[in-house]
Design a protein around this ligand. Structure first.
Ligand SMILES: [Zn+2]
Length: 464
């Protein structure tokens, strides 16, 4: 394992922040016609070692591994500088650490960090990585780590190396496919139980034992699982699946798992060895399996089977066309920090030795976010366009409404959304949801104005 001293990491992050030519909400877009597109893909094991914190340190740390965590990615060459998309089996990857991963991969494949999109799948028996929050809890001396730095750097360096090595095995991709299928009985809205004023009375979590909450309707979700397939003539070489739900069946037992979505993906991969299957979690900030999941052990396999069926149906429903145009666009945004955050208060809570781990680690993430916005390190929204297909790369725990609106904004396009990119801002509710309160709004790190900033950025990307 190699290490990167914190000073070097900070210097790298600051350098990247200052060389960024993008001003907030300025669009960078380039489009290529008649391309000879090539694709390579890679898989990296990112399973944390025994004793590593899970979900930020406030649940049982790693005792054992049920099934491995992985990073899966593709590198696309032949349309400007290389473009990289990575799905990472972590809870989140935030702030300077997200930038550092993108910088490492970008420099390994000779592209820019804006053309590298990294998204977590958001399992919870998994690491929740923020190097700045880690430095804050480390300075306390009595808090569990958030992420082990050696492990963090080792994962990012091995992923960057794997991306580079994959390029020598790149193969032509001549055709692109789009497919979708409805997933039965997985996604349900968490914010369904409200009083007469619309204010949240109780949350339907990722698992839910309350029969009254489980009997309520699914609420606002996107029921469709979408798949983008890359073909070398008639050979499908990679398939990227998108579906919006929190991916947890049960967690907190110290047993690392890629959970039901990861298990579904692994099963499909075993059955179809010639095609690299990758899975992204969509804008699921307010969506989970709570209606269909009582948290008991057997439900994990049931949910995995439903996702697997959705992926297979989506593959079968695929329509294929020759690749004509390829584009990449990105927009930098800098949302406003929640006005209630201030450094003095946060530091007081973090250093209160009588507080619980969660009550001290969570403000460490808040402080990390506050510092990050202060140094004006933007969040990058991006989109890969191929013919009429557009991926949409969103940050953190974006609410499902962003994904639904994006599809409405571009009715002529097939929009596939991955969220849980840069995890810095935690929950990203739409502005109408702030007055409804509830858990997600309480721990949202941005002001309601984030909605306008995100929506403008999404529109710019889809219009480009
Ligand atoms: Zn979440």
């Amino acid at each position: 394992m190699s290490t990167t001293p914190r000073r070097e990491f900070l210097q790298q992050s600051l350098a990247a922040a200052t060389v960024w030519s993008l001003l907030p909400n300025s669009l960078q877009a380039e489009s290529h016609r008649d391309v000879s597109l090539k694709l390579s893909s890679f898989t990296v094991d990112v399973t944390p070692p025994k004793g590593h914190s899970l979900c930020g340190g406030w649940i049982t740390p790693v005792l054992d591994v049920t099934d491995s965590l992985q990073a899966h990615g593709i590198v696309l060459q032949g349309a400007g500088k290389p473009m990289v998309i990575v799905a990472l089996d972590w809870t989140a990857l935030s702030n300077g650490g997200h930038l550092l991963w993108r910088e490492r991969i970008a420099s390994a494949v000779d592209t820019t960090p804006e053309r590298v999109a990294i998204h977590c799948v958001h399992q919870h028996n998994a690491p929740f990585a923020c190097l700045e929050a880690q430095a804050i809890v480390d300075a306390q001396g009595d808090l569990p780590h958030i992420v082990m730095e050696d492990y963090f750097h080792d994962c990012s360096q091995r992923t960057a190396k794997a991306a580079r090595l994959s390029m020598s095995n790149a193969q032509p991709v001549t055709h692109i496919g789009k497919g979708e299928a409805k997933v039965e009985k997985v996604a349900s809205n968490r914010r369904i139980y409200r009083d007469e004023n619309g204010v949240i009375k109780a949350m339907r979590g990722s698992s839910c034992k309350d029969p009254k909450l489980r009997a309520m309707t699914e609420g606002t979700i996107d029921p469709m699982l979408k798949t983008i397939s890359f073909f070398n003539q008639n050979q499908r070489v990679a398939a990227i699946h998108y579906y919006a739900t929190h991916p947890m069946s049960f967690y907190g037992d110290g047993l690392v798992s890629s959970d039901f979505v990861g298990i579904a993906r692994k099963k499909l991969q075993q059955e179809q060895k010639d095609c690299h299957h990758i899975y992204f979690t969509g804008a699921a900030g307010n969506v989970s399996a709570g209606k269909y999941n009582d948290g008991s052990k057997p439900v994990r396999a049931v949910l995995a089977q439903r996702i697997l069926q959705g992926m297979k149906a989506s593959l079968e429903n695929t329509s294929v066309s020759p690749i004509k145009t390829v584009s990449w666009s990105n927009v930098a945004i800098l949302p406003e920090v929640r006005s209630t955050f201030n450094k003095e208060d946060l530091n007081k809570i973090i250093s209160n030795k009588d507080g619980s781990v969660v009550s001290r680690n969570r403000p460490s993430y808040m402080l990390a976010w506050l510092n990050r916005v202060e140094r004006k390190q933007p969040i990058i929204l991006s989109s890969l366009g191929i013919n009429d297909i557009a991926t949409l790369h969103l940050p953190a725990e974006s609410f499902i409404e962003y994904q639904l609106r994006a599809q409405k904004l571009a009715p002529a396009k097939f929009v596939a959304t991955a969220a849980y990119g840069d995890g810095g801002p935690w929950y990203l509710p739409v502005k109408e949801e702030y007055p409804a309160k509830g858990y997600e709004v309480r721990v949202a790190f941005c002001e309601p104005s984030v909605d306008d900033v995100m929506s403008t950025g999404i529109k710019q990307l889809l219009d480009s």
